[in-house]
Design a protein around this ligand. Sequence first.
Ligand SMILES: N[C@@H](CCC(=O)N[C@@H](CS)C(=O)NCC(=O)O)C(=O)O
Length: 213
Amino acid sequence: MLKIYGFSRVNKMARGNTRDLRVLWALEEMGLPYEIVGMDHPNHDLDRDEFRAKNLFGQLPVIDDNGVVVTESGAILLYLARKSGKLMPHDLAGEAQVLRWSIAALNSVEVPVLATWFVGITGGKGTKPHDALQQWSDMRVKQLDGWLEDRTFVATDEFTVADILMTHVLSAGSTDPSILKPYTHVRSYLARCMDRPAWKKTIDAYNERVEAA
Ligand SMILES: N[C@@H](CCC(=O)N[C@@H](CS)C(=O)NCC(=O)O)C(=O)O
């Protein structure tokens, strides 16, 4: 059985936003059977040697699919798409668009929004570096808004793993919602993706299971 290592207890600011949700959402969409290995962050479960042997960075999510260990949420989603044959087109050109937009989500978009959030919560608000990071994030979201003007999903006509990554990057706690406010196409795209039954089931089960520390 495929195991996903996900949080069982995490600090209250991170709860509801953690990247194991990307994998849990994908598994629900794909209908693959899995079992969750609950990890207690404040109890240092991620620092234990047994876990570090799976992920040297000591981070979640991780999957162990009968000995195939994969870390990094993007890599895990692409692996699961390949395994299930779902949330990924079967032609090379379509697959290229999903790879393109998965990497865009995790690199071109997540890097500036995460950096802006991190500098902001560590005392940088009102400083020049924080203003510059905000401008960088705003530029990326504005560009994405233009792309989404006449599209339902980000990579292809169908919902794919790239949409899970883009949606989670832009809706999780590390993106300041004020960055999204002017961008109606991005906001309706996020609402569309988060209205999916698989996401609702995933977040409800997470909220039920994961304790706040
Ligand atoms: N690039 C990694 C980042 C993973 C990551 O940042 N995980 C966080 C939770 S969302 C974590 O495990 N933090 C615990 C820690 O670093 O101690 C991915 O996308 O999977």
